[in-house]
Ligand binder design. Structure first.
Ligand SMILES: [Zn+2]
Length: 178
């Protein structure tokens, strides 16, 4: 195969991956990992704001990603520490689907995305950061956001940004799910 064709194929592969550049994720990738599972949350709601927990349902909860791929990156997670879809009880699975739907609706109203990636990485090889505890990812997308994030890529603005996004989204979950 001609070298030029190989280059062209490589470029296409890279472009199709559509990688979001989120440099603050390096803090997560390189930083120390907590010993305890971050998705096994305490019963007390005292730390909910600090943990960025937006809503607690009966079997699952909605939480913001502290190391987001994009603005308003949410996750819907069962309370139980399970790693496979087949581990979920029917009530858990259906409630998770319900809160994925509610979260998409709230994201569309609050963040006005042009698309949303909804997905689940099962196992480390599939890209799961915390493979032992299922977590569904909701990543709002805007046309051209991959290049936008490169401009926005100041790691030290993220904590403030997360806190203000939390304050904006929390009342929407409270009023929507009451
Ligand atoms: Zn867990």
């Amino acid at each position: 195969m001609a070298t030029s064709l190989l280059c062209e194929l490589n470029v296409k592969v890279v472009l199709q991956m559509d990688v979001l550049w989120a440099p603050w994720r390096m803090d997560y990738i390189l930083g120390p990992k907590p010993d305890e599972c971050v998705f096994c949350i305490p019963e007390s709601t005292e730390e909910d704001e600090e943990r960025l927990i937006l809503y607690r349902a009966e079997h699952c909860f909605v939480i913001m990603n502290k190391f987001p791929y994009n603005n308003c990156h949410l996750m819907v997670t069962p309370y139980r520490h399970v790693s496979k879809l087949t581990d979920l009880e029917e009530a858990e699975a259906s409630e998770i689907m319900k809160y994925i739907t509610i979260s998409c609706d709230i994201l569309e109203k609050a963040c006005n995305p042009q698309g949303i990636n909804v997905g689940l990485n099962i196992g480390e090889a599939a890209g799961a950061g915390i493979a032992a505890h299922l977590h569904f990812q909701l990543v709002p997308r805007w046309n051209g956001d991959a290049s936008f994030m490169a401009v926005f890529g100041e790691t030290n603005v993220i904590p403030d940004h997360l806190s203000s996004t939390y304050k904006r989204l929390k009342p929407l979950f409270d009023s929507c799910c009451r």
